[in-house]
Design a protein around this ligand. Structure first.
Ligand SMILES: Cc1cc2nc3c(=O)[nH]c(=O)nc-3n(C[C@H](O)[C@H](O)[C@H](O)COP(=O)(O)OP(=O)(O)OC[C@H]3O[C@@H](n4cnc5c(N)ncnc54)[C@H](O)[C@@H]3O)c2cc1C
Length: 385
């Protein structure tokens, strides 16, 4: 069977390794740092219902609700089944509500309208003057354990997973990628790995991987800052009921509340900081939804970079779609043997892998059905066995 080499050990790489071994391929994955040390291990941990994207980004909304349902089925223990509230705090939020409800309906996202009193009865920490809320199936996911379920299953099924192993170059012959050069950070040695097809799943670094092969990729790293305060202030995920913006999400993670986020566009995902004015902005905005946020101790501040698909026509970064796409570089750049998968959310990791694996099967000339919508995943602890 063909050998597929994946570059990038985030959630997308995890789900792709799982999908490809289930389809019978030989799979090797290389991650330059610890597994999940990119955006996947460092995001909010919101299993999106799609509500956040329903009005402006319906394709991403439909992807989220579909995957939300699938992940609850195949990895139930990585998800806290807590639901989410979108809260309206002023007249402008209330004006947004009819379109929000209509568009959620069109994307098959179930909603339940709540009065302010009903919302406060469920979540007493909400601002007492809130006007109304909408309940939908957002949830808290464990940003690290969920993809580790995929790694555990992929490894048990034969995938070879290499961490601290960085792709530093490609071998080419007749406009075809035939091998990748790996630097092993633990032994400080370099070696070459050959394969039948190479997949660039390096998230915000995917442009750098393509640069190693001297080809462009339409990717735009989109960093954001997150702030964790202690303790857990709500049990449900809280979103502001308005057009997706900054500082409008609070995700309860165990005994913490993770507040986020901001978004700016960067050239280099290796040079991302957490500007202090972003921290204050996030706290001020989230305190409009849950006032106690302002009084609580900050436990940590960090940032991560989204692998956004470049959209030059988007008027502001928040309007760049969160959908994903897969590129066959034979078609785009006349370079055989390399495929890139970019964009998406941690919520859509499985769907991204399915799309990439379908493309790989088409390229190789095999018709093998995806099995990952139903295959129950091994517990994440199996990864260490
Ligand atoms: C602030 C913020 C908040 C977010 N919140 C959420 C949320 O609540 N819910 C949600 O669903 N999504 C969220 N996301 C989006 C989500 O985090 C990303 O879409 C997803 O994690 C991307 O996964 P990935 O595997 O494609 O990329 P990554 O997780 O970044 O993985 C790419 C990997 O490639 C590795 N790599 C890079 N170069 C090389 C190389 N040369 N050789 C080998 N490996 C290499 C990197 O080290 C990295 O581990 C958020 C993103 C941000 C930035």
């Amino acid at each position: 069977m063909e050998h597929i080499v994946i570059i990038g050990g985030g959630g997308t790489g995890a789900a792709l390794a799982h999908d490809l071994v289930l389809r019978g391929f030989e799979v090797s994955l290389f991650e330059r740092g610890e597994l999940l040390s990119g955006a996947t291990g460092r995001h909010h941990g919101l299993l999106h219902s799609g509500g956040r994207y329903a009005v402006d980004d319906p394709e991403a909304a439909r992807e989220c609700i579909r995957e939300n349902n699938i992940l609850r089925r195949i990895a139930p223990e990585a998800i806290e089944q807590n639901d989410g509230l979108f809260v309206a705090l002023n007249d402008s939020d209330m004006d947004y509500r009819p379109a929000f409800l209509e568009k959620c309906g069109q994307s098959d996202i179930p909603t339940e309208e709540l009065t302010a009193a009903q919302a406060l009865a469920i979540e007493p920490a909400l601002h007492p003057d809130l006007k109304a809320a909408v309940r939908l199936p957002d949830a808290t996911l464990d940003a690290w354990r969920l993809p580790l379920y995929f790694y555990a299953t992929a490894k048990a099924n034969g995938a070879r997973i290499h961490n601290f192993s960085q792709a530093i170059g490609f071998q080419k012959s007749n406009c075809t990628i035939t091998g990748v050069r790996i630097f092993d950070h633990q032994t400080e040695r370099e070696y070459d790995v050959s394969g039948d097809l190479f997949v660039n799943a390096a998230g915000a670094w995917a442009g750098k991987i393509c640069a190693l092969a001297d080809i462009p990729l339409p990717i735009q790293p989109g960093p954001g800052v997150m702030v964790a305060v202690e303790p857990r202030l709500t049990d449900m995920v809280i979103n502001r009921l308005h057009q997706a913006g900054e500082g409008d999400i609070i995700v309860p993670q165990r005994e913490l509340s993770v507040l986020g986020t901001t978004l700016w566009l960067a050239e280099d995902p290796d040079r991302i900081e957490s500007p202090s004015d972003h921290v204050q902005k996030i706290i001020d905005l989230c305190a409009q939804m849950v006032p106690a946020v302002k009084e609580k101790a900050i436990r940590s501040v960090w940032s991560a970079s989204r692998p956004l698909i470049e959209q030059k026509q988007a008027k502001e970064p928040q309007l760049i779609s969160r959908t994903f796409d897969c590129y066959d570089h034979k078609q785009r750049d006349n370079l055989e043997g390399l495929v890139s998968i970019i964009g998406g959310k941690a919520t859509t990791l499985r769907a991204m892998a399915e799309k990439a694996a379908d493309l790989i099967c088409r390229k190789i000339g095999r018709n093998i059905t995806c099995k990952t919508t139903t295959e129950k995943l091994f517990h994440y602890r199996h990864f260490y066995k």
